[in-house]
Design a binder for this molecule. Structure first.
Ligand code: FES
Length: 325
């Protein structure tokens, strides 16, 4: 995927601890189009990168805007952006990638957000509002001051068409979101989207399973990895070989190494970002062999097809797997 040269054009206060960062092209005046739910990777000087959802309206190509929560306990990307990056700074970003697409033909869309998980959903809500399609948002945050886009969201509400339910559990008269009743009361056939802390997503997975919600109507995006994603039942780590179709090279992957790590060690240039199976940057076509999927991005259908895999976390069930690299 191409890298784009960007200049930080502006920083704005969005909510307590959350700023938006607007990037504009350093060369030319337009970037590739993106669809609601897409994200970009921001590359830092230390060669690490982090993924952030785009929050500006679909169709805007003259700028990309992300909103970032300063996470005191994160890996440092958000602190760098908040504390160090200054307007005018140039840096590299990826083209937008969408692993959390909006189904625009749904009869109704229900959004469940926790904290900064509102960002991809805010982009989707703007899109549905533009299309005149109905939506319902359930948005939980500690307090109103910590919740991004609340005023704009409330202004987009329309009777019998779109509504916003807010849950501020640390306010004196606040309330908790009851996920079971939220999911249980979704209109028949509605598509349901969830994004927020891992705890919320795990509870969401449990509720949709218990309520037998069809998987093709359930969409989620993880910002962080659950405690032990790759040690799921049925997964064993064994060594295997990766055959690179374009060069004909064979790379050994031992049981303690990921495909991505093995390829990088061998000097193979492959795109990646989170290294945790949640961003989709390392998605690679599989030509032969049987992937052992361990990511949180691919749909069940994509996993069953065996044609694509995320090489930062997924492995191979066969002794050799051939990749389109
Ligand atoms: S690098 Fe993010 S999913 Fe593989």
């Amino acid at each position: 995927m191409n890298t784009l040269k960007a200049r930080l054009h502006s920083i704005e206060y969005v909510a307590s601890g959350i700023h938006s960062f607007e990037f504009r092209p350093l060369e030319g005046s337009a970037w590739p189009r993106f669809s609601a739910g897409a994200h970009i990777d921001i590359h830092f000087a230390d060669e690490l990168s982090r993924s952030y959802s785009l929050i500006n309206p679909e169709g805007e190509c003259h700028r990309y805007v992300v909103a970032i929560n300063r996470d005191e306990h994160g890996k440092g990307g958000s602190r760098y952006l908040h504390d160090t990056l200054r307007v005018g700074t140039c840096l590299s970003i990826s083209e937008p990638r969408n692993t959390f697409p909006l189904n625009e033909s749904a009869n109704h869309s229900v959004f469940i957000a926790g904290g900064i998980g509102i960002t991809p959903l805010w982009s989707m809500i703007q899109r549905l509002t533009q299309l005149g399609s109905p939506w319902t948002l359930h948005y939980a945050a500690r307090e109103r001051v910590n919740a991004a886009f609340v005023e704009q969201l409330e202004m987009l509400q329309q009777p019998d068409q779109s509504e916003c339910h807010l849950y501020f559990d640390q306010e004196p008269s606040g309330r908790y979101m009851d996920l079971r009743s939220v999911v249980g009361s979704c209109p028949t056939g509605a598509h349901i989207y969830c994004c927020g802390p891992v705890r919320m997503l795990e509870a969401f997975e449990q509720v949709v399973t218990e309520l037998h919600i069809a998987q093709d109507r359930v969409h989620r995006e993880y910002f962080a990895v659950p405690a032990t994603p790759s040690k799921m039942a049925g997964h064993t780590d064994q060594a295997f070989n990766v055959l690179l179709a374009k060069s004909g090279r064979s790379v050994a992957v031992d049981k303690d190494t990921t495909i991505l790590e093995a390829l990088l060690d061998e000097g193979v240039d492959v795109p990646y970002s989170c290294m945790s199976g949640i961003c989709g940057a390392c998605m690679t076509n599989v030509l032969k062999g049987e992937p052992d999927h361990r990511d949180l991005v691919l749909t069940e259908e994509e996993k069953d097809s065996g044609k694509v895999m995320l090489i930062c976390c997924s492995r191979s069930k066969s002794s050799e797997i051939e990749l389109d690299l």
